[in-house]
Design a binder for this molecule. Structure first.
Ligand code: M6R
Length: 625
C-alpha cells in the first residue's frame, strides 16, 4: 500500500527519500515520486512502475534541498500513471505547494467542483490533488502554511496521512493524519515523517506516533504537534526496537523464506515470560486492565481480515475448548457494515499483523460502539472490553484497544503473512489459558498446553530442516492450475490459509473446504486436473479423515497429504506425504501443519517464477477500504 517518507534536515534530503522509498517497496506500489522545493528551484520527479525508474531519473537531475517528501503509490483513484503519481503540486501567487497522501478523500468530488469554479486546473485523476489546491488557495488568502493546512483539513472527509511542502518555506515540512499512520522521527538536526518506521530506520530510533486529527509542523531538529482546534499536543517519544538486520534478507533468497524460517525464534519471543507451567496458565500484562471483566464473560467476538481472519478461525476452535465460551469470528470488512449484534458481556478480539488494516480498524470501532451497553456501563463502569492481538507496536489498532497481546513476531516484510499467523494462533492460546484457567480448564490440561507451546519451536525447526521433502512435492504442485485443500476441525481454517497462501504467491487457483462438506458439492471437482491437499495428522477425527481420503482416491483424484511423522499407512493414498511431529497435540497441530503449507506455497511460487515477496496486485498493509 502507499508509503510516505519526508525529511527536513537543512542540507540535502535526497538520499533519505530514496532509501526510505526502497525500504517501503515491500508494501506494494505501482508508481513513485519525490519533491524537493526551494525558493529558487523546485523539483518534482515522478515515475510509473518500479523504483528503479525513479532512481534513474533522480540520478540524472540530482536535485538538492533542505526539505523533501517522497511517496510510493498503490493506485486507487486513477491508474498508475506518472501524472497520477504523488507528489501533487498546486501553485499560488507566492509559490507552490507539493503534497503526498496515503488514504482516500471521500468528498473530493465536491471539493474539486468548488475549486474548478475558482478557475483551478487539475492534472491528475486522483482525489489527492484537491488537497494541494485547497492549501494553495488558503495560502493565497494570506494564511500561514500551518493554518492553511489546518483549515483545509477541517473541510475534508475521509482518511489521510500527509506530508506537505511550500516552496516559500524551504526549511519547513508539515505532516497530518486521520485514519492512516504517520510517524514523526526525531533527531538532533533533522525531523522525519514516515508512514512506516522501516522508511527512516538507520536515521533515528526516536519516534512520535501521531494521533488522528493531528498536524505536525517540522523544521530541522524541532517539531510542534497541534490538533485540529490548533491546541498544542504533547507526545511521548518512543524508542524503536527495530534493527536494520530485521528488514534485510540476511542471506535468504526471499523475505518469505526468511520469515518462514524465523518462526522458531518468533515463537520463543512471543512465549518469553508469559507461561507458568506450575499453574498451567499464562501471564499477560496487556490483559491486566480487563481482568475484572473475566468473571462476567459470556463469549468472544473476533474480527480480522485475510490471514489474520484464518488465525482467528483456528483460534475459535481452540478457544471454545479451553474456555467453554461461544466464539464468533467475522471478516472485519463484513462486520463493519452488517449491523452486528454485540451481546452484553462479550470480549472483543481484534487480530492484525500491521495494526493498520482499514477494515479491521473500523470493525474495532464498531465493536466498541455496539458493545457499549448502558446496563453494563452501570454495572461495571464500562462497555464490553476489546483486546488486540497485534504485531506492530504503536500501530493504530494497538493504541485503540483496551488491552492486548503484542505478537513479537518481528517485522514481516513479505506481503504474504507467515510468522504473524503462527504468532496469532499462539496469542489466542495464551488468552485461552488466561480465560480458561479462570473458568473450568483443569490445571492438568493447562499444563499440557503450556508444555505443547514450549515444545513448539523445536518441532517447527524439525519441519524446516526437512524443507527438501516439500520442495520436491512443490515441483509437482506447480504443474497444476487447480488445487483444493481439505481439513477438519481446527485444520479446516488451516486449509483455508493454505489455499490463500498458495494462490497469493504462486497464482495457482486454490480453494479450501471443511473435509466433511466435500461430499455435499466440492467432490464434483475431483478428477485428473485437480490436486487435493489433505490435512490428516493423527487426532480424534483421523478415521473420518481417512474415509474422505478414500473418497478422493476412489474418484481418481491425486493427493498430497500432511499427516503425522511415521504414519506410513497414508502411503496407501499418495506418495507425496509429509508429517508433523507425532507428539504434537491438537493445540499446536494447526501451527505445525501450516508451516508445511507455507513451505509448499513458497517453493511452488519459486518454481512458477512469480514475484514471491511482492505478488501482483497485493499490498502488505491494506490501509484503505
Ligand atoms: O495486517 P493485517 O493482519 O490486518 O492484514 C490482514 C490481511 O490483509 C493480510 O493477512 C493479507 O491477507 C495477507 N496478504 C495474507 O498473506
Amino acid at each position: 500500500m502507499c508509503g510516505i517518507v519526508g525529511c527536513v534536515n537543512g542540507s540535502s534530503v535526497l538520499p533519505v527519500l530514496v532509501d526510505g522509498l526502497k525500504r517501503m517497496e515491500y508494501r506494494g506500489y505501482d508508481s513513485a515520486g519525490v519533491a524537493l522545493l526551494r525558493a529558487d528551484r523546485s523539483t518534482v520527479i515522478k515515475r510509473a512502475g518500479k523504483l528503479v525508474e525513479l532512481a534513474a531519473a533522480l540520478d540524472e537531475s540530482k536535485p538538492t534541498g533542505a526539505a523533501g517528501i517522497g511517496h510510493s503509490r498503490w493506485a486507487t483513484h486513477g491508474p498508475p500513471t506518472e501524472v497520477n503519481a504523488h507528489p501533487h503540486v498546486a501553485s499560488w501567487a507566492g509559490g507552490s505547494i507539493a503534497l503526498v497522501h496515503n488514504g482516500i478523500i471521500e468528498n473530493y468530488a465536491e471539493l474539486k467542483a468548488g475549486l474548478l469554479t475558482q478557475g483551478r486546473t487539475f492534472l491528475s485523476e486522483t482525489d489527492t490533488e484537491v488537497l494541494a489546491h485547497l492549501i494553495a488557495v488558503a495560502r493565497s488568502e494570506g494564511k500561514d502554511l500551518l493554518e492553511a493546512v489546518r483549515t483545509v483539513l477541517t473541510q475534508v472527509r475521509g482518511t489521510f496521512a500527509l506530508a506537505i511542502l511550500d516552496s516559500t518555506e524551504p526549511g519547513r515540512m508539515i505532516g497530518a493524519r486521520r485514519g492512516s499512520p504517520l510517524i514523526v522521527g526525531v533527531a538532533n538536526d533533522a525531523i522525519y515523517l514516515a508512514s512506516d518506521q522501516t522508511a527512516i530506520l538507520g536515521h533515528t530510533d526516536q519516534l512520535v506516533f501521531l494521533d488522528d486529527d493531528e498536524i505536525v509542523d517540522c523544521r530541522s531538529g524541532t517539531y510542534t504537534v497541534i490538533d485540529f482546534e490548533a491546541s498544542v499536543q504533547r507526545h511521548e517519544v518512543h524508542r524503536s526496537e527495530l534493527q536494520l538486520e530485521e528488514i534485510q534478507k540476511s542471506g535468504f533468497p526471499h523475505f518469505l523464506l526468511k520469515e518462514i524460517h524465523a518462526q522458531p525464534e518468533a515463537v520463543r519471543d512471543i512465549l518469553r515470560g508469559r507461561l507458568i507451567l506450575e499453574d498451567g496458565i499464562s501471564h499477560l500484562g496487556g490483559l491486566d486492565t480487563i481482568m475484572p471483566f473475566l468473571p462476567w464473560l459470556d463469549g468472544i467476538d473476533t474480527v480480522a481480515c485475510g490471514t489474520s481472519y484464518y488465525a482467528g478461525l483456528v483460534g475459535s476452535y481452540l478457544l471454545e475448548r479451553m474456555t467453554e465460551l461461544p466464539v464468533h469470528v467475522a471478516f472485519a470488512s463484513e462486520f463493519r457494515y452488517r449491523s452486528p449484534v454485540v451481546a452484553k458481556g462479550t470480549l472483543g478480539m481484534v487480530i492484525s499483523q500491521s495494526g493498520e488494516t482499514a477494515d479491521t480498524l473500523a470493525a474495532l470501532r464498531e465493536l466498541k460502539r455496539r458493545g457499549n451497553h448502558p446496563q453494563e456501563q452501570r454495572r461495571r463502569g464500562g462497555g464490553n472490553p476489546v483486546i488486540g492481538l497485534v504485531n506492530v507496536v504503536g500501530s493504530s489498532i494497538a493504541r485503540e484497544v483496551d488491552g492486548g497481546v503484542y505478537l513479537h513476531a518481528g517485522p514481516e516484510i513479505s506481503v504474504a503473512s507467515t510468522k504473524a499467523f503462527t504468532a496469532q494462533v499462539i496469542a489466542q492460546l495464551l488468552v485461552g489459558l488466561q480465560i480458561g484457567r479462570n473458568r473450568r480448564l483443569p490445571i492438568t490440561e493447562g499444563q499440557h498446553i503450556v508444555r505443547a507451546l514450549h515444545a513448539l519451536p523445536d518441532q517447527i525447526q524439525r519441519i524446516l530442516d526437512r524443507s527438501a521433502d516439500i520442495e520436491a512435492i512443490a515441483d509437482r504442485v506447480a504443474g497444476y492450475d487447480h488445487v483444493m485443500f481439505l481439513g477438519r476441525d481446527a485444520l479446516y481454517p488451516v486449509a483455508l490459509e493454505g489455499a490463500l497462501k498458495l494462490k497469493e504467491v504462486s497464482y495457482i487457483q486454490a480453494e479450501a473446504h471443511a473435509a466433511g462438506e466435500m461430499k455435499h458439492g466440492p467432490i464434483a471437482l475431483t478428477g485428473p486436473d485437480l490436486l487435493t491437499i489433505y490435512l490428516c495428522p493423527k487426532n480424534d477425527l483421523y478415521e473420518k479423515a481417512r474415509s474422505n481420503l478414500q473418497e478422493v482416491k476412489a474418484r481418481g483424484g491425486t493427493l498430497v497429504i500432511v499427516g503425522t511423522e511415521g504414519d506410513t499407512s497414508l502411503r496407501e493414498f499418495s506418495d507425496d506425504v509429509v508429517g508433523i511431529p507425532a507428539e504434537a497435540p491438537i493445540w499446536t497441530q494447526p501451527i505445525l501443519v501450516n508451516v508445511w503449507l507455507q513451505l509448499l506455497a513458497y517453493y511452488a511460487a519459486v518454481k512458477r517464477g512469480t514475484d514471491v515477496d511482492q505478488p501482483r496486485n497485493l499490498a502488505k498493509s491494506v490501509t484503505v477500504e
